[in-house]
Design a protein around this ligand. Structure first.
Ligand code: GLU
Length: 314
């Protein structure tokens, strides 16, 4: 991976990033309504970079599993696009920033059941429904994909679904169920609303480490080629990254593009995935969130890393 000529080796940079960005005092928030996300200590901080050259660099709590939450939406989209005619999916979901909260009901009603993009909840429900056409156990299919791409460290557990967390989130999923029923009413959901939301919540409840997440996302940095072969075409890989850039960070996509300059996708578990096209995939995790739902320390760390390395799509 190329970095600025005068910069130190990446492992030293990541160690320094951990030293500078690991939270020392409790700031930020945890999401309401998903109780298990408040359990990781505020001082958790991990970062990993998987490179196209086949190296993995990591520091801090990069081997501690966390709840990937909405980062799963990137992978589900890739699987849905690779499983079926992409045109069929894009007639059901748009590719525009939403400008409203990620679980807004109002926008879905005004726009006749066509979600603004695949990374807001309504869009992800449509993508999950689409994937369920070929794979009724969409969450299981996603988990197998992630396990294959991430590989298994000696002694490492690999990605898994936190079923207790999924059950508890499902019990608090009135809004996601409402979105699914809305979609159904507009004729944009084929499977039963309950089954789609169940799959969606289990996808969000996948536990992965920063190292595993970076490795699993590497296909996006290398023209769609993953560890086990082609995941999506070169054009689809570019398009998924472009949707990450415009829609991946809730209502702060513009701010993230300004500060970091890379396609990113965050989850309310505190993880952020960022792609450096041609070079590698980065995953950072720190559980406390800013007012937009993005990891506070994670965003700052990515801005710092991008400055130090010169990585940018601009
Ligand atoms: N499971 C969460 C929800 O559906 C995901 C939120 C997120 O990470 O954006 O609300």
């Amino acid at each position: 991976m190329t970095t600025a000529l005068d910069s130190p080796p990446l492992d030293l940079v990541l160690d320094d990033i951990v030293r500078n960005h690991r939270p020392r005092t409790e700031e930020g928030s945890v999401p309401a309504g998903i109780p298990h996300l408040s359990s990781p200590p505020f001082s958790r901080f991990g970062i990993a970079v998987a490179t196209s050259a086949g190296d993995v660099f990591s520091a801090g709590d990069a081997d501690v599993p966390f709840s990937i939450q909405s980062i799963s939406k990137v992978f589900t989209l890739a699987l849905a696009l690779s499983a079926d005619d992409p045109g069929a999916l894009w007639s059901r979901v748009l590719r525009e920033p939403s400008g409203t909260s990620f679980n807004s009901l109002v926008q879905l009603e005004v726009e006749h059941g066509i979600p603004r993009n695949p990374f807001i909840n309504s869009g992800a429900l449509v993508v999950t429904d689409h994937l369920m056409e070929g794979f009724p156990d969409a969450a299981g299919h996603l988990l197998r994909f992630l396990s294959r791409e991430a590989g298994r460290r000696i002694g490492g557990q690999g990605p898994f679904i936190d079923e207790d967390a999924a059950k508890s989130e499902l019990a608090n999923s009135s809004r996601n169920l409402a979105l699914a029923h809305f979609l159904k009413d507009f004729g944009n959901l084929r499977r039963p609303a309950q089954a789609v939301v169940e799959n969606y919540v289990r996808q969000c409840s996948i536990m992965m480490t920063c190292v595993e997440t970076a490795k699993a996302a590497l296909f996006l940095a290398q023209d769609g080629r993953g560890a086990q072969g082609t995941v999506v075409s070169r054009s689809e890989a570019k398009r998924i990254s472009s949707i990450m850039l415009t829609c991946g960070m809730y209502d702060a996509a513009g701010e993230f593009a300004y500060r970091v300059g890379l396609p990113g996708k965050s989850g309310v578990g505190g993880g952020i995935l960022a792609i450096v096209p041609g070079e590698g995939a980065i995953c950072v995790w720190s559980p406390r969130l800013d007012s937009k739902g993005n990891s506070l320390a994670g965003t700052a760390a990515l801005a710092d890393l991008a400055d130090r390395t010169g990585w940018s799509v601009f």
